[in-house]
Design a protein around this ligand. Structure first.
Ligand SMILES: C[S@@+](CC[C@H](N)C(=O)[O-])C[C@H]1O[C@@H](n2cnc3c(N)ncnc32)[C@H](O)[C@@H]1O
Length: 279
């Protein structure tokens, strides 16, 4: 069920006009400049399915794969950029790494803190916008997982994130990105997709226009067949070559590509791209 915000007073303090419930359905009252990813009620509503138990469980194996793919020094400092509810940050912390989880959503960070407390994981949670990252030569590893890149309207804001990550890494440090690419998206795109998760159903309707370079879709969330909320989401789509070139322009000297965290080859069967860049 929709969390009314009572447990998270800050949501109402900071975003009191952002949504209301009418006939059991959530209506978003966004100011026209607010982007979908800045809307706390978006994460609060759709977070139930995006970060459900099975997705959180998946992170254990993803972290294992990641550590097999990339050698990361024991106890070293890792930044999880756009950490969400801390799926990967918490697992890495339990393995002894010094983990920082950064996100712009106070709601998701609160969920992350609660999960970490439950699992007795010690993560440093940072509330910030990845465009304003100000860490300098601090991390051995930075990671951006599950398409947490390319959300900003202005292309230069997205490249600024890569510049910021470069500056935040120590020499020899690694940046691991995992995201959907333009070519993988175009190969695998379906007009409508339906995901059933217990009492919840998420319906994704594509609004993609070929050549637009943006993945745009609506998500409609149903609970027991009843519509709870609808939101339009969009992010930039970059080709593998464009990403490699952007990373190199930001200063990374080597960039390796894979088709998954398991280290598979990036090819026509891949659904996403993993980039491992070395400063
Ligand atoms: C698809 S979720 C992925 C979360 C996490 N990496 C995972 O795998 O579960 C994208 C995340 O990026 C965060 N995000 C979006 N814009 C951001 C920004 N400007 N600065 C920091 N985090 C941001 C969102 O709040 C969300 O947690």
């Amino acid at each position: 069920m929709i969390n009314t915000g009572k447990d998270h007073g800050f949501l109402w303090q900071n975003h009191s006009k952002r949504y209301g419930i009418q006939n059991g359905q959530i209506n978003f009252f966004k100011d026209k400049h607010m982007k979908w990813y800045e809307n706390e009620s978006f994460w609060q509503t759709f977070g139930v399915v995006l970060f459900n138990d099975s997705k959180v469980e998946d992170a254990k194996n993803e972290v294992k794969q990641l550590l097999d793919l990339v050698s990361i020094p024991h106890h070293s400092k890792i930044l999880d950029l756009g950490c969400g509810v801390g799926r990967h940050a918490i697992e890495l912390s339990l393995l002894g790494f010094d983990v920082y989880g950064l996100d712009q959503s106070r709601y998701l960070l609160q969920k992350a803190k609660e999960a970490a407390l439950k699992k007795q994981a010690n993560v440093s949670w940072v509330h910030n916008d990845m465009r304003n990252l100000s860490f300098k030569t601090q991390f051995e590893t930075v990671m951006s997982l599950w398409t947490s890149f390319g959300y900003f309207e202005a292309p230069e804001d997205n490249t600024k994130v890569l510049d910021n990550v470069f500056l935040s890494l120590k020499n020899g440090g690694k940046f691991i990105m995992e995201l959907i690419t333009l070519e993988a998206f175009e190969r695998n795109r379906e007009p409508v997709r339906e995901f059933n998760m217990g009492e919840y159903t998420l319906i994704e309707t594509s609004l993609y226009k070929a050549g637009s370079r943006k993945n745009r879709f609506t998500w409609t969330l149903l609970k027991n067949g009843k519509v709870q909320a609808t939101e339009t989401v969009s992010h930039w789509l970059y080709s593998s070559d464009e990403l490699v070139n952007s990373l190199k322009s930001s200063g990374f000297k080597k960039v390796k590509t894979y088709g998954s965290l398991s280290g598979a080859k990036y090819d026509d069967d891949s659904h996403s791209l993993v980039l491992v860049s070395i400063k």
